[in-house]
Design a protein around this ligand. Structure first.
Ligand code: SAH
Length: 265
């Protein structure tokens, strides 16, 4: 006779999947409540694990989907959240084509994210921004702060500029390691991104990404130094923005600068 698996064994945390299960219900609820529910009817939770956040999403007037790479977690969810079963996607979020499930429909993204792929999750979201009006959830505190920080801050960098070109970013609250099992080594931070009403760029997107990345590759150097290989005209380089270091340059100024570079002859 086939051995019948027990239904609700707790999932044993796997380090290589970045599994740190949240055990504080009020924090899970607060993360779910960070959604504004404006401008979408679907929410996709990345990495639901055993569903601590999912159960609060399921109470909302919105359709909840989850995407989870871990077989054990998927099985746990199938057994414990019967209504969710048809909307569990057992896939790697980074490789998954969202249009398979959502076609062109807008969706919000939420999660207590796997921290080992947090930057890649943000970059994928930026790529798919036409479909993602809102994004909220938990990262390592430092990453959450970086995404939300403004020029002049020590953690202001590539992620801050690229994200804030398309989204208004708000750091919501800090979460201590003690509320997770197993506890991560660092504090966590919850943020929310709301796509700007007009999120079209005034300049070429590829060039903008290139300028920002090249500028921050050596954050102590002036823009004149960092952008040397772009062979810009002397008249353009006379612009005082080239005397600045990247961390002093706002998102709007990066966009402006990219336009100037684009039109430099
Ligand atoms: N949300 C749960 C689990 C957080 S841990 C909680 O708060 O308790 C991060 C979760 O992301 C794990 O369940 C892990 O299996 C899942 N995960 C890791 N990499 C993933 C990927 N590439 N795609 C989808 N899920 C992933």
């Amino acid at each position: 006779m086939a051995h019948q698996k027990h239904n609700n064994h707790q999932v044993k945390a796997k380090k290589f999947l970045g599994q740190h299960f949240l055990e504080d219900e009020s924090i899970a609820e607060a993360i779910a409540d960070s959604l504004t529910l404006n401008g979408y009817k679907n929410v996709l939770e990345i990495g639901p694990g055993m569903g601590v956040l999912t159960k609060y999403l399921l109470k909302k007037p919105i359709t909840t989907y989850v995407i989870e790479i871990d077989r054990d977690s998927v099985e746990y969810l199938q057994n414990n959240y019967l209504n969710l079963a048809p909307r569990i996607i057992e896939q790697d979020f980074l490789k998954y084509d969202l249009s398979t499930t959502f076609s062109e429909e807008p969706l919000a993204i939420i999660g207590n994210f796997p921290y080992n792929i947090s930057t890649q999750i943000v970059f994928k979201t930026l790529e798919l921004r036409d479909q993602i009006p809102e994004f909220s959830g938990m990262f390592q505190k430092e990453v959450a702060q970086r995404i939300c920080s403004k020029e002049g801050s020590k953690v202001y960098g590539i992620l801050s500029v690229l994200t804030q070109a398309f989204y208004d970013a708000e750091y919501l609250f800090t979460v201590p390691p003690t509320v997770f099992n197993p506890p991560p080594r660092v504090e966590s931070g919850v943020l929310r991104l709301i796509r700007k009403a007009d999120y079209s760029l005034p300049c070429d997107e590829k060039l903008f990404f290139r300028v920002v990345k090249q500028a921050f590759q050596q954050r102590r150097k002036t823009m004149r130094n960092s952008l040397k290989t772009m062979e810009l005209s002397d008249s353009l380089k006379a612009n005082p923005i080239f005397d600045k270091r990247p961390e002093q340059i706002s998102v709007a100024q990066f966009l402006e600068l990219t336009s100037l570079i684009e039109n430099d002859k």
